[in-house]
Write a protein that binds this ligand. Structure first.
Ligand code: AMP
Length: 619
């Protein structure tokens, strides 16, 4: 029985469980949902407050953590105990961070090894996973407080360039915060979803997502088709963002008003005041032409024109990254269909203008750039909740993937629930002498026989040079990239012939279908085991018959008449057993045939070896 709760915020009845979308940002984080009535994504906020929760954690002397605005207030007054930008530490070792060690005002343990970093606060040590979990717990509590319902499941976004370790760290942080992380989604993918991109099956588009936040810049080029997002390239600068725009203004004012650097160093409050005014100036100049303020008895002012001249080199730097990203994707700017703007700093008019000029078309900026990623995560959460049945964007394999082997058996290469991206490979060989083609049939499902699973694709590896059966080495490899696209490659290792196809494995299966396939596999587990054993016995029997037959044809003269008759009788008995549904009988008959042929097994082996050598000579 699903619990029913009344949602105070919306006044509606709703199911007790809601899957939330979370943008776990470097500077700010937030949580969003699909409003149960309007069906629109909304960022959650308390009355009259911002939806943004600063990604800052402060620890008091007892190790109690506070998160968000309250913690941010300690950045200046208690820097050693106030942790910001924990996201930059995710999945990193001290060696990775060394270059930018100055950036962190708190103590990052310097062990100069490849092991993962920790942060020291007083006597305590925290991993980046711990730190992120504090932020996630705050978001969870905030959502529960607003929705008046438990929140235990979430979709969390990460930068497209996050590697496996960083994605796993994010998942672990979620778990630690009491959240079941149903999906890790790339931030640019989420931003696109928030604009409704990728929500129509037939849609095919190339999208540039330009994300200029407080401290980082990312550009991602995505291709979307059939509801699947593929990251073509990413570029950016992990130390370039709105803070740099603020600094440009601070430096300008220092010059204009003759402010001495050392004075600021001595008076942190004064320095902080100047920085806050610079940020305020920047924001004001997004909608006005002029900004004026008073600071420490000085009148400070700046015009939009001046501001733009100061930040031009910084914006140009981001355009350079866009150029590189396009180059890596092998595209020219006109090949981009849609540009999506993300991050508070894209509110700066010059940024919008330069990005739009570069790509030669207007940018999409109608969704709040601070919220767009979380809103898209909520769209994804809603899809996962089954409210948008048409879509299933996956980051684990819901069903096993494998190929058909002898006798119609399913040979699993990537098991169900494998995290993607992932890869796997296995060697196979031919069944017949001189076999030039090998059929690779790709299936999805949990059953032992491929006929009970779902066929995804089939292709032939052609041009295998003639060799005796068993000699070619065909390596079949499966690779699923981060977007769920499966590449299947078959390569004959001796000759180097290869063939590759692209499969979209999960697309087209609804949650219900996946569930049914899983249930079937459980219901039929016993039958499947039996039929697998039978198929295996039959395959073995057939192979033995084949080998024996060949041997006799080639070496007729080597065997005595008695040997020939005994072999023929045993072969017949096995042949007959193969037509029956009794694996034990097959095994018995195999054993009996082996018994008869054992005396000349050695001769058979010699023959096989010389055959093999002949095979090599052909190549
Ligand atoms: P984010 O990391 O996406 O939350 O980005 C926050 C950054 O956006 C900060 O550097 C803010 O100063 C900046 N920002 C917020 N609002 C504006 C605005 N109206 N104009 C320019 N920058 C802004």
């Amino acid at each position: 029985m699903a619990k029913i709760a009344i949602n105070i915020a919306t006044g509606s009845l709703q199911q007790a469980e809601m899957i939330v979308g979370i943008d776990l940002g470097t500077t700010n984080s937030l949580v969003a949902i699909i409003h149960p009535e309007s069906r629109q994504p909304v960022a959650l906020k308390e009355h009259n407050s911002s939806s943004l929760v600063p990604s800052v954690v402060h620890f008091d002397e007892f190790g109690n953590a506070t998160v968000g605005d309250v913690a941010k207030a300690y950045l200046e007054t208690d820097p050693q105990n106030t942790i910001f930008s924990a996201k930059r530490l995710m999945g990193k070792s001290y060696r990775d961070l060394k270059e930018n060690a100055d950036f962190f005002t708190y103590k990052v343990i310097d062990d100069d090894t490849d092991s993962l970093v920790k942060v020291q606060v007083g006597e305590r040590f925290y991993s980046p996973i711990d730190l992120s979990s504090f932020i996630l717990r705050e978001l969870k509590q905030r959502a529960e407080h607003i929705l008046k319902t438990p929140v235990t499941r979430a979709v969390i976004t990460v930068p497209a360039y996050f590697n496996d370790a960083q994605r796993q760290a994010t998942r672990d942080a979620g778990k630690l915060a009491g959240l079941d992380v149903l999906r890790i989604v790339n931030e640019p993918t989420a931003a696109s979803l928030a604009y409704g991109l990728g929500l129509h099956k037939e849609e095919e588009k190339t999208i540039a997502v330009y994300d200029l936040g407080g401290g980082t810049f990312d550009i991602s080029i995505l291709h979307i088709s059939n509801g699947i997002f593929e990251v073509l390239s990413t570029n950016g600068d992990t130390y370039l963002g709105g803070d740099d725009l603020d600094r440009a203004i601070v430096q300008y004012w220092m010059q204009e008003a003759g402010i001495i650097q050392d004075d600021l160093k001595l008076n942190k409050e004064l320095a902080q005041g100047l920085r806050l005014r610079a940020e305020e100036a920047k924001k004001t100049l997004s909608s006005s032409d002029q900004y004026e303020t008073e600071w420490n008895g000085d009148r400070l002012s700046i015009s939009r024109e001046k501001f733009e001249s100061l930040i031009l080199p910084l914006v140009n730097k981001t355009i350079g990254c866009c150029r590189n990203a396009l180059k890596d994707a092998g595209l020219s700017p006109d090949k981009i269909d849609t540009i999506v703007m993300v991050g508070g700093s894209t509110r700066v008019p010059l940024v919008k203008k330069m990005v739009s000029d570069f790509f030669g078309k207007p940018v999409n900026d109608s969704v709040n750039p601070d919220e767009v990623v979380a809103l898209g995560a909520a769209v994804q959460a809603d899809i996962l909740a089954g409210n948008n049945k048409e879509f299933l964007l996956l980051d684990i394999t819901p069903l096993s993937l494998g190929i058909e082997t002898m006798g119609g058996l399913m040979d699993v290469l990537i098991p169900r629930n494998a995290k993607i991206p992932t890869k796997a490979g296995r060697q196979y060989t031919t069944q017949k002498d001189g076999q030039g083609d090998m059929r690779i049939a790709v299936y999805q499902g949990e059953r032992d026989l491929v006929k009970d699973n779902r066929k995804l694709a089939e292709f032939s590896l052609k041009g295998i040079p003639a060799m005796p059966a068993g000699l070619p080495k065909v390596e079949v490899s499966f690779l699923i990239n981060a977007d769920g696209i499966l590449m299947v490659k078959a390569k004959e290792l001796r000759s180097g012939v290869e063939q590759e196809i692209e499969v979209k494995p999960q697309y087209g299966l609804t949650d219900a279908e996946v569930e049914k396939m899983l249930l079937d596999s459980i219901t039929h587990a016993k039958d499947d085991m039996q039929s697998r054993a039978l198929v295996e016995a039959r395959t073995e029997g057939e192979q033995i018959l084949d080998v024996t037959e060949k041997f006799i044809a080639k070496n007729n003269g080597l065997l005595s008449k008695e040997e020939l008759t005994a072999t023929a009788t045993a072969m017949q008995a096995l042949q007959l057993a193969l037509t029956m549904e009794d694996k034990n009988l097959i095994h018995t008959k195999i054993e009996e045939l082996n018994e008869v042929t054992r005396p000349f097994a050695e001769r058979a082996m010699d023959a096989a070896i010389s055959g093999a050598l002949k095979g090599k000579a052909i190549m």
